[in-house]
Design a protein around this ligand. Sequence first.
Ligand SMILES: Nc1nc2c(c(=O)[nH]1)N[C@H]1C(S)=C(S)[C@@H](COP(=O)(O)OP(=O)(O)OC[C@H]3O[C@@H](n4cnc5c(=O)[nH]c(N)nc54)[C@H](O)[C@@H]3O)O[C@H]1N2
Ligand SMILES: Nc1nc2c(c(=O)[nH]1)N[C@H]1C(S)=C(S)[C@@H](COP(=O)(O)OP(=O)(O)OC[C@H]3O[C@@H](n4cnc5c(=O)[nH]c(N)nc54)[C@H](O)[C@@H]3O)O[C@H]1N2
Ligand code: SF4
Ligand SMILES: [Mo]
Length: 692
Amino acid sequence: MPETRSVRSYCRTCLAACGVILELEDERVVRVKGDLDHPLSRGYTCPKGRAMGELHHHSKRLDAPELRRAGDLEPTQWTDLLDDLTGRIAVLRDRHGDSAFGIYIGTGCAYDSLGFFAGNALGPALGTRSRYSAMTIDTPCLPLVSGLMTGAPIPNPVLDLEYTTMTLIIASNPSVSHGHTTAFPNPTAMLRTLAGEGRELWVVDPRQTATARMATRHLALRPASDHALLAFLVRELLGPGGGADRDYLAAHALDVPRLTHAVAPWDLERTCESTGLHESDLQDLLASIRRHRRLAIVTGTGTSMQRNANVVEWLAWALQIVTNSFERRGGMWFHPGASKRYELMMDTYNEPVFRDVPGPESRPDISGYLRETVGEMPCAAMVDEIEAGHLRGLLVLGGNPLTAFPSASRIGSAFRQLDVLAVADIVQTPMTAIATHVLPCAGPLERLDFPGWTDSAYVDVVSQIAAPVFEVGADRRPLWWVLAKIGEAMGVKILPGEVAADDADEETLTRELMSGGRLQYDALIKEQTTAVVIDGVRDGLRGWVHDKLPQGRWRLAPAPLAAQLEAISDDSAAPAESLRLISGRQLRQMNSALREIAGPGERLDTAMIHLHAKDAAAAGIDDGASMRVTSATGSLEGRAKIDVALRQGAVWVPHGWPELSVSQLTSDRVGVDPLTGMVEQSGLVVRVQSLP
Ligand SMILES: Nc1nc2c(c(=O)[nH]1)N[C@H]1C(S)=C(S)[C@@H](COP(=O)(O)OP(=O)(O)OC[C@H]3O[C@@H](n4cnc5c(=O)[nH]c(N)nc54)[C@H](O)[C@@H]3O)O[C@H]1N2
Ligand SMILES: Nc1nc2c(c(=O)[nH]1)N[C@H]1C(S)=C(S)[C@@H](COP(=O)(O)OP(=O)(O)OC[C@H]3O[C@@H](n4cnc5c(=O)[nH]c(N)nc54)[C@H](O)[C@@H]3O)O[C@H]1N2
Ligand code: SF4
Ligand SMILES: [Mo]
């Protein structure tokens, strides 16, 4: 008889952090099922979570450190690897300064709680300005807007699932992604609640996604025209027909006249023209908002990746402020943190949002806002920084810039120019294949984790702990240990309590990291059975952001954002009938990861270029035929898929495939946002043609 056991845990693949039960036979995971007792996911899992065991036991797991010698990667010992790596970093820093060595933190690192902490601690400790993360190719508009409107880039609005009656999901597809800034464990149940009796759920997306199919109403607007829709709504609510909460604005907002002026051009006619929506769509939406008086707006990567991302996010906040929807039942609330206390962080935040500091030296076109607000260089500058010789050594933590970064054709050769490219991952990837140093890390089932950096995306104040299921196997090491050893060789201690890497243990480190938070380690670990919800905090702390606003008021129309809206001229950007590339994710992979693992459904044959039938016919492209998409800066060849879910004018290419790298169409030079350095990854104008 095989020896069996079952272990309660949670999935470390995406924001949703679903509760799972792992069934083991002879120390192999044979089954992963949803934990019915989990307060948020309630038994739900997706194919990626159910593949946790497969990932752990996968034949491509990295087992031993590797060092490139004479052109080839060779297995080595940790002491040799770390000596070589830190020796080379020291030489770089001596010769070219602290910032010649940089760190990139990718999505794969975000759910390794101690590794992520250590990754974020190492850069500042080493005094390097070359600190990058996937945030600047994902959603830098959020900290920008939050910072500009509240004085600190901390508040994150989340859905008030119980009370919201009018929800607008713009450019997010939680049925597949499980959320962007609000987590959607069990998305079907959550969407059903939002569209339930007496409630309305509107989904704004050029594609009729699985989320849109659950909506009360779907508006398939023209890609990258969301600013027009939102500006129109704000204009009308502030206008004679009313809907704005005037008393609230008088007491709690600055710059109402500036906002009113900024949205003035977006009347019904112009908005219909820009968005391609019918008058009745816009009137109905407006009437619904007026009827419900408050609303909740969830944005996603379809807006954060478009050229007008900052303006869209700002107008979404403005619409919620104008209707007095923030921190009121029926609107959005600001998560005060579970393993942190964000309300206290607001008090100590003293970094001016408007400091005029130069950005990356090689890219004077990108301002230093973000660097000052969240301490990062934009990814869009990395290739130039390498080519200019400013960045010569890079540590990549759980990331894959080869598919994630723009200008895909430049990135590979720039990386090969680096003196050091150290890659920390759990499986072999195209990045480990070109690395100078491969750092095999402990995977999710070999770690003690808590969702410390992401628990503010939950719809409740809740946290959980996953204890290691297995000892760290083969010759892998926890990422925190690797980073602490690198730090020590450079003369800095980065672990909580300044403990040395070899003396540290995960339990003590985690306890220390959670101290000062709302939920303590000991309380959580006692509850091994399931995640812990702290009752009463959500309602008890409703209003904490209001309390912390400078002078008690929102800055309703920050000057840099108002200037960006003014500068938008739809007509000059592109003719309305242009085809536009839009972004999208797939259920059975996480960006570039898990493609070979999470179930048979989505494989290479799903990496296709999706088109509306009329757009395909106009270009003479048949379903399944070879075709080319061309943007202003690059082109991509693949097979066509006629997609009935798409609005005419939208071209959809999934993200994360090296075989069909959508990043060949994006650019680190053209369309980069000057305030955040964000790359235009959605809504960019493209052409299509058939290939023989
Ligand atoms: N054109 C275009 N570009 C995009 C996007 C787009 O839609 N279109 N999306 C953007 C977005 S939103 C993002 S977030 C970025 C993603 O950019 P990245 O985060 O750089 O890319 P991923 O493909 O998510 O790489 C994650 C890596 O982490 C590894 N990993 C997984 N688990 C672990 C772990 O526990 N430990 C360690 N050490 N490694 C682990 C995986 O094996 C994988 O190699 O790409 C962005 N780029
Ligand atoms: N299964 C799975 N889950 C994931 C990921 C994954 O790769 N796979 N990646 C994770 C990551 S890193 C992130 S950042 C999140 C992202 O989470 P989401 O933002 O929810 O990501 P998507 O599912 O790509 O949804 C974006 C939607 O925006 C729409 N869209 C595109 N352009 C426009 C536009 O101009 N206007 C409007 N209104 N809509 C537009 C697209 O059609 C698409 O439906 O997902 C995370 N979850
Ligand atoms: S939605 Fe899927 S990948 Fe995300 S946490 Fe749940 S099981 Fe894991
Ligand atoms: Mo992302």
